[in-house]
Structure formats: C-alpha cells, structure tokens
Ligand binder design. Structure first.
Ligand SMILES: *Cc1c(COP(=O)(O)O)cnc(C)c1O
Length: 364
C-alpha cells in the first residue's frame, strides 16, 4: 500500500500504554477515568486501544462521535452541554450527559419519556473558569427542580476548569463541588455517585496528592493522547508523547534569502509579517498548511529543522542545519500539540493510519 500524505500515524500500542499509566495513577487515588475521545473524533480503532488499556467509560463533546461508537462496549458521557435540538440523540446515544440549563434538562426529560428511558445527567457547576456550569449559589435551586423530573436521574456534579479562563483546579475550587455534594445529601437525602473534578489539568493534583478525596472522576483526553498534564504542561511519568505523528511531503527545496523582496503588505491571513535576516537558507516546502494544522503547535522530530511559517497549503521549513540531505519527495515528521492534533484529525485532507494498518501494509 502506497501511503498518501500528509498523514497522521497513530501508534495504538502507545495509546494503550498511556491509558494503563493514567489509570494506575488515578485508581490509586480512587478516581475513575473517562477516556475523552473528541480530539480524534472517536475514531473506533483508537477508542478500542483505550478500551484495551482498561478504559470502561468514554466521553466526547459531540453526539455524532458517540453515535459512531454506539456498539462499542463502554459507558458514554456527552461532555458538551446538550443542545435542545439534539435531545433525542442525547438520550439515545449517551448514558450520561452534562448539563447546566433547566430548560434543556426538561427537554431531555420529555425525550427520555417518549423513548421510554431514564436519562442520567451530571450537573455542571462553574467554580470560576467561566465556561459552562451553574453558579454555586444557584445549584440547590436547580437541583430541586431536576428532582421533580420523572425521566431524569441526577447522578453527579461536575466542573470544568483551565479551558476558557485558564483557572487551575485546586483544593479550594474543587472543594466547592465536594461541599455542594454534602449540601445536596443533607437537603434532599440523595447520594450523588459522580463528583467529576475536571480534565487533564487536574492530573497534577493526583501527582502531588492534593486532590480532595471525594473527587472520584476525571475526564482525560490530552493526558492519554499526548502523555501530558495540562496545568503546567509536564510530561506524565512513563507516558509516550509521540503516539500521534504527523508526516508531510516535501514539494520544493531551494536556497533562498530569508527576507522577501518588495513592499511588505499583509499575508494570506491578514497579518503583517515580520522577518529576521538570516541570509541565504535552504528552504523546504511541505504540502500541508493552516487549513489542516495549527502551525504553532508543530515540532519537527529533527531538532535541527525550524519552521519559517505557513500559508493555507504550504509549510515552509528551514532545513539548512539538518544532517539529512533532504530532497523533493522526502517525508518530514512532526509531533503536535493538542490544538494541532485536533485540526489534523479533523481535516479531511490529512490521511490517518493506525498501527494495525501499518502492519498489514508490510505483509502486502
Ligand atoms: C475536552 C473536555 C475534557 C478533556 O480535556 P483534556 O484537557 O483533553 O483532558 C474534559 N471535560 C470536558 C467537559 C471537555 O470538554
């Protein structure tokens, strides 16, 4: 099989390995892990690699992705606050959904009623990051209303931080969830089984043992996929950061100056570019661009390659200092940050290859 470029190659055994490491770290603190699949669009072979590592519960922000894996044997949580317009699919394809609007929860209740189901929800609480969630002072009031709904079961409280406001999870803000859990128990005599304390930015609290004991669930995407906690960007011990590799093909290679000739106006993205004169450099153009990737999130595996910049379809590299004698048709490899991986996995122009396919192509 001849490969097509650009492509992302996924080493499924590294994903499985990272899952095992993250799970063992979390289970020591009594924490269940939702494996978050949105960055790779819930691609089934990667979901399977997660399940192989011991994940039993996945989460995705898009109902289309959960629909794609409806027959896979695991629990499914819809992570993004439900849209009213998709209520029926939410009830059909997720076991649990995260919510913050009473109206939407009532629409879910109706949908569940007409499907003859009970739908589980986690109520999202905003502890300071100002993305989704009910404000602390409004929680008790909304819980009281939720408990009146016949086809909705409130199973937990959750929060999300470090996404919009950059607020880090800590004992103080996660402690608010714990306090609310106790308040709800005291007022309504219900035991909430899920206290969901955030995403990969909460992993550091496991690593330094500061996570409150009542937090019993984290929703982990980047930690598994890129082997990184996201509060400080540290690698997680014993995890791989190269399970996903981007490969692109060189279509031009020439020695050229580093400063363009002529009057500088705006580039293709409306920015006024700025150039540092490094003299004549060997420049390689790779056939990939901002339509497919986030250029700032790329790191060439060859440390002697640097990135000049990119337009929609062209990535311009400085390969002068590389020990490889690059020529047209050669392949350049990159690691990606989360945003870049998200773009590449979502782009229809980027091929995806999974480890089993790689093995098959060798046999053929
Ligand atoms: C994306 C998402 C996650 C996972 O975030 P990571 O930083 O990749 O671990 C968790 N919770 C919610 C609500 C999300 O939208």
């Amino acid at each position: 099989m001849r490969k097509r470029y650009p492509c992302v190659e996924v080493d499924l055994s590294k994903v499985t390995h990272n899952v095992k490491e993250v799970l063992s770290m979390c289970s020591k603190k009594g924490i269940n892990v939702i494996g978050v699949t949105k960055v790779f669009c819930a691609e089934t072979s990667i979901v399977q690699a997660m399940l192989d590592g011991g994940i039993t519960h996945i989460g995705d922000s898009r109902i289309q992705n959960l629909k794609k894996v409806k027959d896979m044997n695991c629990k499914k949580t819809l992570l993004r606050i439900s849209m009213e317009s998709e209520a029926e699919d939410v009830v059909k394809y997720s076991d649990i959904s995260m919510n913050s609007e009473l109206n939407t929860i009532e629409v879910l209740d109706k949908a569940a009623k007409s499907l003859g189901k009970i739908h589980n929800i986690v109520l999202m609480v905003d502890v300071g990051d100002l993305r989704e969630g009910v404000l602390e002072e409004d929680v008790i009031g909304i819980v009281k209303e939720i408990l009146k709904l016949e086809n909705i079961r409130l199973v937990g409280l959750g929060t999300n931080v470090t996404c919009y406001g950059g607020v880090l999870p800590d004992r103080n803000n996660l402690g608010k969830l714990v306090k609310l859990k106790h308040d709800i128990k005291a007022l309504f005599n219900i035991e909430l089984s899920i206290i969901s304390g955030g995403n990969s930015s909460s992993l550091y609290m496991i690593m330094n043992s500061t996570i409150p004991v009542e937090i019993n669930q984290l929703r982990i995407g980047e930690g598994i996929v890129l082997g990184r906690e996201t509060a400080f960007g540290q690698l997680i011990p014993n995890c791989y950061d190269d399970a996903f590799i981007l490969k692109g093909e060189i279509v031009e290679i020439k020695n050229k100056p580093t400063v363009p000739k002529g009057t500088i106006g705006m580039d293709a993205f409306g920015q006024r570019p700025h150039f540092e004169d490094k003299g004549i450099r060997k420049r390689a153009i790779v056939a990939i661009g901002r339509q497919d990737i986030k250029v700032e999130g790329l790191s060439p595996l060859d440390k002697n390659i640097s990135i000049f910049g990119a337009s929609s379809d062209h990535l311009i590299l400085d390969v002068t200092d590389s020990k490889s004698q690059f020529k047209v048709g050669d392949i350049v490899k990159f690691k990606m940050d989360y945003g870049c991986l998200l773009a590449a996995m979502t782009s229809g122009y980027v091929e995806k290859y999974y480890e089993e396919e790689l093995a098959i192509s060798i046999v053929v």
